[in-house]
Design a protein around this ligand. Structure first.
Ligand code: UDP
Length: 329
């Protein structure tokens, strides 16, 4: 019995693979290495380089490796890219997921855990946003994820595939043991950009918009440590294996920080007073996105252990330092 992790060589997926191996699971990774790295996963784990949409390949892997559960991370994740290349996003995120779900159903896979996103809510009418609130994605990225949610729900009803959909808020930080971390080049996410700037990899950074209707005028997000996010997946798998019903759950802590608060934390943790420019708004940014997060805690027994912005930033910073020393990066 194995767990198939798609996108297992990527940022969040590689943290998941380390956690699964640690808990004694037999793990198989399927990744096309478009943004992932072979070195990000333990040497003992088999990496199959390929596409989640390759039905012949996935069918064979499920049968040969007796895959009982799939954790599906593989996806394109850059919102502005999804606006310029919507069809590419629908192919990679939606069409490939459709193929994967079909292979799962045909191959008798029992549990399916899917990486969704707070982007399905678009610009939430209220915060914290709950799983029952309206889903109104503002980008092809959000739509491509929502379409997969819908396919899973319908396939779950028709074919008995049990699933948990996890809607991620702003994932950041790195493995506290520094086995893996956020390694994609040209990253755009706030905490990654801030620690790169603190280490001098960038000369300066920008705050996108200071006129939002928030206490300090900058956007507020719910930053979640990648280790806690991975814990939610492990809890979801245990929950489904114990006979839990399919569910859609927010993964955030339930409280937010502004862009300026994040930058101040990065300066404090790094001890570097780097240059920050205040510029205009970035198109498409909602003012506030914060999770209502009690459902995951109640249903899965999820207990976050790194709910502390300084810890998240410290781990991101430590990983960023280590990245600079890696030869094959
Ligand atoms: N942000 C910023 N400067 C940066 C990167 C991000 O001011 O260099 C802001 C961005 O406008 C948003 C928040 O930080 O308000 C979080 O952005 P990020 O891209 O990390 O995640 P998102 O919430 O867009 O998924």
């Amino acid at each position: 019995m194995s767990v198939l992790v798609t996108g297992g060589a990527g940022y969040i997926g590689s943290h998941m693979v380390h956690a699964l191996v640690e808990s004694g699971e037999s793990v198989l990774v399927l990744d096309n290495l478009s943004t992932g790295f072979k070195w990000a996963i333990p040497k003992a784990v088999e990496l199959v380089v390929g596409e989640t949409g390759d039905e012949a390949l996935v069918t064979r892997l499920i049968a040969e490796r007796e895959v009982s559960a799939i954790i599906h991370f593989a996806a394109s994740i850059v919102v502005p890219d999804s606006i310029s290349d919507p069809l590419g996003y629908y192919r990679n995120n939606t069409v490939n997921s459709r193929a994967l779900i079909e292979c799962a159903v045909r191959g008798g896979v029992k549990q399916f855990i899917f990486s969704s996103t707070a982007a399905v809510y678009g610009n939430p009418a209220k915060v914290p946003v709950s799983e029952d609130d309206a889903v109104v994605p503002m980008s092809p990225y959000g739509s491509s994820k929502l379409m997969t949610e819908i396919m899973l729900r319908d396939a779950g009803v028709a074919h008995g595939l049990d699933y948990v959909i996890l809607r991620y808020f702003n994932v950041a930080g790195a493995d506290p043991d520094l086995r893996t971390g956020q390694s994609t080049k040209g990253a755009t996410h706030l905490i990654k950009v801030a620690v790169e700037t603190a280490l001098g990899k960038r000369a300066k950074m920008a705050v996108f918009g200071t006129d939002y209707p928030t206490p300090d005028g900058t956007c507020i997000r719910d930053y979640i440590h990648v280790a806690d996010l991975v814990r939610a997946h492990a809890d979801a798998l245990a929950y489904l294996r114990a006979g839990g019903r399919s569910a859609t759950l927010n993964c955030g802590y339930g409280h937010g920080f502004s862009v300026l608060e994040v930058i101040d934390t990065a300066k404090r943790v790094s001890g570097v007073d780097f240059r920050v420019d205040r510029v205009g708004r970035r198109p498409g940014d909602p003012a506030q996105v914060v999770a209502q997060s009690d459902r995951a805690r109640e249903l899965l027994g999820w207990k976050p252990q790194c709910d502390d912005l300084a810890t998240i930033v410290a781990h991101a910073l430590a990983w960023e330092r280590k990245l600079g020393t890696l030869e094959n990066w």
